[in-house]
Ligand binder design. Structure first.
Ligand code: PHE
Length: 517
């Protein structure tokens, strides 16, 4: 059904755009996931593959996604439609639906972060408290852990989910017009908080040891494909690539913008923040010899709080509040980009008003995020260490993170490389930038990036068959009453696949883009 031409907003300034794009990029991924991945993959073993991934894949794909948005002036599905027809559009919707899963659980994590922020003002740092949820007595668990589990098992997380969604709605309600002023405050504040944390970390006795671990390279480990898999996944996630976010953001820029430099600046800002965060966190953990478990969520909610709890009494609550406030700000400026990208794609296609589109997105989103926090609330004793909610999140995250983003990245390179021709985007970008993209850009987009991504995705698939389907290991946690949960990993994989591929087919099929606007 043809619809009226939608009036699109525009960023007011280049700085505003860069802050918003880097606000999207800098998120939970930078503050905790990076450190958790780096630790899991051997500290120093990680940073060379990571840097290579940044320059060979991250920055070029960022240029590509910014370029697509600016070239077409549209969000992801329509921009791909314009270069590759219906199959391009289909990929765009797959990316958006994958992004919808990510939004749902990203906001669920933010809801827990909000709960921890509230607790940080006092309760989190008490010496000890009981955990009614598990019938544990005072002293059975470290206090931040106890607080976390107690909070999880009340109805509060649902309230926090609604609250975080409400904040998102408020920030995106007028599109770029309302996103720009908010990120202009959030992003600089995040840097200030991070600098405080790093000074605190490095001035601790032995804090520097952690930094050595992060920066001592381990060349032998680079032969391990798992390290590359981790580095590629992390680069896509941290730069918010493979979801169409950057395309949506760049579609609100004037045609004459210098996207090449913007991509480089945004990527470097993001990755320097990530390294600074790594230094702060590794120093904190090593100063107190807290073992940084590899799992990203335990890093956020148990390990780092435990480290903070060890600080001298005067700094505990202050650092605690700063840490969780930082996480919330960083997470919010990322989640709004996810919401905006979804809203922009739907408006491009269906011509709905902003209000209607945001309402639909938020209502669906609240239901989705609630699904991730609910299992704990309903029955915290469901599993002996009470992590069904986390397990659910973990399982979905695995497919979204290790496959979804990279697959979209692979196909978008193929469409631009082989259907559209990268020279078109390159020429469009070169007109407005002092940094000229050469033929090397075409080579990367056509050959190098697709081959590298295919290799990593292939390795992930191989591990899936070789080590057993991801998540099947969780089955051992469930007792007989909950035997049906054994099938959870397979069921979730099925739902994710069906929604992303089937949903995308429906959306591609429904309606038509208004031509020539
Ligand atoms: N880049 C964000 C982070 O590092 C996460 C994110 C991914 C946000 C994709 C939006 C889109 O946390």
């Amino acid at each position: 059904m043809p619809h009226k031409y939608i009036v699109r907003g525009q960023w007011k300034s280049r700085v505003g755009f860069i802050l918003a794009a880097s606000g999207s990029a800098i998120g939970l991924g930078n503050v905790v996931f990076f450190s958790a991945n780096a630790y899991k993959l051997g500290g120093g073993a990680f940073y060379l593959p990571y840097l290579i991934a940044l320059f060979v894949i991250g920055i070029p794909v960022m240029i590509l996604e910014f370029g697509l948005g600016n070239f077409s002036g549209r969000a992801f599905p329509e921009s791909l439609y314009r270069i590759a027809g219906k199959r391009g559009e289909y990929l765009g919707w797959c990316a958006n639906l994958n992004a919808a899963f990510l939004t749902a659980y990203y906001i669920a994590i933010l809801a827990w972060v909000a709960g921890m922020l509230v607790g940080s003002f006092a309760a989190l740092w008490k010496t000890s408290m009981p955990v009614p949820a598990f019938g544990l007595a005072t002293g059975d668990l470290a206090n931040p852990d106890a607080y976390f589990f107690d909070m999880l098992s009340t109805w509060k997380p649902i309230l926090y989910v609604a609250l975080v969604w409400l904040l998102n709605v408020l920030i995106v309600r007028k599109g770029v017009e309302s996103i720009e002023p908010v990120t202009k405050v959030f992003v600089p504040l995040m840097w200030v908080f991070m600098v405080i944390l790093i000074i605190r970390g490095l001035t601790l006795e032995n804090g520097v040891q952690g930094v050595y671990l992060l920066f001592t390279p381990d060349f032998a480990a680079m032969k391990d494909p798992a390290v590359w898999q981790g580095a590629f996944g992390q680069i896509f996630f941290t730069l918010s690539l493979g979801l169409g976010i950057m395309t949506a953001y760049a579609s609100y820029l004037p045609k004459k913008s210098d996207l090449t430099q913007n991509s480089i600046i945004t990527s470097l800002l993001n990755c320097s923040f990530e390294y600074i965060a790594g230094v702060a966190i590794f120093s904190l953990l090593f100063a107190f010899a807290v073992v940084p478990q590899a799992h990203t969520l335990s890093m956020t909610f148990f390990v780092i709080p435990r480290g903070i709890g060890e600080l001298p009494e005067g700094s505990v609550a202050v650092v605690g509040v700063i840490f969780f406030a930082l996480l919330l700000l960083a997470g919010l400026s990322s989640s709004v980009s996810l919401v905006e990208a979804l809203v922009a794609s739907m408006r491009d296609k269906f011509g709905w008003s902003r209000k209607k589109t945001i309402t639909i997105t938020a209502v669906t989103g609240i239901v989705g995020s609630t699904c991730f926090v609910l299992p704990q609330v309903v029955n915290s004793g469901l599993e002996n260490n009470g992590t069904l909610g986390l397990t659910l999140l973990d399982l979905v995250d695995h497919w979204v993170f290790s496959y979804g983003l990279l697959l979209v990245g692979l196909f978008e390179c193929l469409f631009v490389g082989w259907v559209m021709g990268p020279d078109k985007i390159r020429e469009h970008l070169n007109v407005n930038s002092p940094i000229k993209l050469g033929l090397w850009f075409d080579t990367l987009v056509k050959f190098v990036i697709p081959i590298l991504l295919a290799y990593v995705i292939g390795f992930s698939l191989w591990s899936e068959f070789h080590d057993g389907l991801y998540g099947m290991g969780y089955a051992r946690y469930y007792d007989e009453d909950f035997a049906f949960l054994k099938f959870l990993p397979v069921v979730l994989l099925g739902i994710w696949l069906a929604v992303c591929t089937g949903g995308a087919a429906i959306l591609t099929h429904k309606g038509k883009y208004q031509s020539a606007v």
